[in-house]
Each structure stands twice: as C-alpha cells, then as structure tokens.
Design a protein. Structure first.
Length: 219
C-alpha cells in the first residue's frame, strides 16, 4: 500500500457486514480499491478482520445464526469484487477444502457459513452441497486434491454417514488422505475422535480455526 493510502477502518467493515443490504460492503470495498489499497489488504484487514469480530461475538453468544448468515452473505459479495484482482495479482489460496453435508442430510446453513469463512480465510472452497454420498467425496478428493475435507451433519441419524465417509477416505487414501474435520449440532468432540476425524469444530468459527491449525497455519 502506498504511504498516502488510508488506514482500513475495520469497524466500518463490521458495520457494513451487518447491513441488510450487501451494497454498503460492496461500496466500502470499492472505495478502498479506488484509493489504491491492495485487494489483499482489503480482504485481510477489512473483510476478514471484520468477520473475526462477528465470529467472536457468535462464540460469545452475543449474536445469533441469522446475523452470522447476513454477515457471511455480505462478505461473499465483497470477496466477489476482490477475487479477480487477487487472481490477477497471483494470490495463491492458503489451501483447498472440499466440504459437504453428508448423505441423508439436507441441512446446509452451518455448512454455508463455514464455506464463506473458509473462503475469507484464504481457502479455495469446493462445496459439494447437501446429501453427499461417500463416492462423491472420494471423486472430489481425486479431482481437487484438497488439503482438508469438511463433513457436516445436523441429524443424529446421519452421523453414521459421517463415520462411513471418514472410514472410506482413510481406506481409499491411506497415508495420503487429506485432513478430515467434522461438525454440526449433534456432533461432539468425543464422536469426532471415535470415528477417526482429525479435527472437530463446535461452530463455524471454530471449524476454520481447527482447519488452519491442522495445516500449521493457525495460532
């Protein structure tokens, strides 16, 4: 950033992420770009830093899922503006994650939040959607060679699918298997350990932190 470029106001980004319309976030991103601030700085010091505030508030029980979803939507719109510039500048993703809700489960709210937070944290995200069977996960691993696979489940009845998917990845890939993290309302740390997952996220923010830590990129 040039010396005469403005210091990024993270609180302004935090306020914009909480707006019901995405336009304030888009305008703020564009305003900083117009002032000569690099896309990477807008992402890191603006969007990611602001979303970290939202995440901390969510973990503390100060905001709820609808507010996080709203912030995630607005953050995605901001990232959409930055992506061409980041790619043109040669920015490399921190890592690749394949993520999906396991077979038999049609819930995607938590997964969608994780996907946006992962993208904002520098991951290339391959979102397989909902009701994802073992074969689709294995095909995606072969195609995209991810560093991490994220499995989501919101029903206790589909936790067995999560177990089967982890086992299939281990059997198919052995020592070359990507790190596997799991999460969702009924999932516990003990269950994650029992099925052989590498990590467990008790919420969307924790999921990102766990993924980064497993890859040696977190604190």
């Amino acid at each position: 950033m040039h010396l005469n470029c403005p210091v990024i106001d993270v609180q302004a980004f935090h306020k914009a992420l909480g707006d019901r319309e995405p336009s304030p976030t888009e305008r703020l991103v564009q305003a900083y770009l117009d002032e000569g601030v690099s896309a990477q700085e807008v992402l890191d010091q603006g969007l990611i830093a602001a979303m970290a505030i939202v995440g901390a508030a969510f973990k503390a029980g100060e905001v709820w899922v609808p507010e996080v979803l709203l912030a995630a939507r607005n953050m995605r719109r901001g990232i959409d503006l930055l992506r061409p510039l980041l790619l043109a500048g040669g920015a490399e993703p921190a890592a690749t994650i394949v993520i999906g809700t396991v077979q038999g489960d049609l819930h995607d709210v938590g997964k969608n939040i994780v996907s946006v937070l992962m993208e904002g944290s520098g991951f290339r995200v391959i979102d397989l959607g909902i009701d994802v069977g073992v074969d689709r996960f294995l095909l995606a691993i072969d195609e995209h060679r991810p560093d991490v696979v994220g499995l989501s489940a919101l029903l206790t009845t589909t936790m067995l699918s999560m177990r089967d998917t982890v086992a299939a990845i281990r059997d198919a890939k052995g020592d070359d298997a990507p790190k596997v993290i799991v999460g969702g309302a009924p999932v516990t740390r003990r269950f994650a350990e029992e099925i052989g997952a590498d990590g467990y996220g008790e919420d969307a923010v924790s999921g990102v932190e766990v993924a980064l830590k497993l890859l040696g990129k977190g604190g």
